[in-house]
Design a protein around this ligand. Sequence first.
Ligand code: UFG
Length: 322
Amino acid sequence: MTQTILIIGGAGYIGSHVQKQFLAEGYHVIVYDNLSSGHKCNLLPGAQFIHGDILNKEQLNHAMALNIDGVVHLAAKKAVGESMSQPELYAENNITGSVNILNAMVKNEIRSIVFSSSAAVYGMPKYVPVDEMHPINPINYYGYTKCAIEQNMEWFSKLGKLNFASLRYFNAVGYAADKSIIGKEENPQNLMPIVMEAATGKRNKICVFGQDYDTPDGTCIRDYIHVSDLATAHTLAMRYLFDHHKSLTINLGTGKGVSVTELLHATERVIGKPLNYEYTQRRPGDPAVLMANAQKAHDLLGWSPQYTEIEDIIQTVWNLEI
Ligand code: UFG
């Protein structure tokens, strides 16, 4: 029988790619989204849509009552800087909203949740690549909210109410190669969409935050993982929950580091023209190097990223512009 997956935040950047993957694997998909940052144009043929908010318990309960087999939860605010100046927004949306989801699941006896967590739970890495045994010590409120939700899920799991898969994303980039997802984030804060805005003339320059880090070219190194590879991990994780009835927490990254300068040069090669950028001051809270050890995802889920070259990843973003 076809299984039904409720994808909360399924119209957003990562959520829409997750929606695509579940549909491709033959699931019945219901997207639940308040469209605060997601886009209606990201809803794919075959997906059912509920315009709902995770702060509205009644709406949430109503959606959970629709014979749902598993929940994917990606609905969250994610601007690190904003989380430090307005923590109350993050407490409510991320923490209260997630507790509402867990409670609605328990009420409707739904036992499987795949949760979008973040490498931000680790804070400043004590070693790289970071594995899942690395101490949890978030250095911003956004990272704390992810940590708090993981802890809640741990308790619900320990108390026999549900099983969870917490997926700690590293730097999500790229778009589906077939251009089926076209909704872009407004006012992006992350490097890749900012670089694309410069590539298309929407902004006139890119500020590179710091050139004096202890890395080969002095700029920060990150682990950029293609969003379609992230999406595949969600279906594998859901299948794991259905088959094993056991919770898991895994990193999702390529294990390969790319510096900001390398990313800019790779983009210039892809778009075939120079970018306008300048080196400015460091951004507070940026670790010099952040890379994942994703061996556990490979061992438990059989997952490994298909995109390993940064140019190929950037090409999928540029394809939307040409
Ligand atoms: N950067 C610039 N200029 C910009 C924007 C970013 O030089 O205009 C640099 C940053 O300093 C950093 C790198 O590009 O060195 C990547 O920055 P992003 O903001 O794209 O990503 P982060 O690594 O800071 O953050 C990402 C996610 C967060 C998550 C964090 C840790 O966006 O949600 O990884 O996992 F918390």
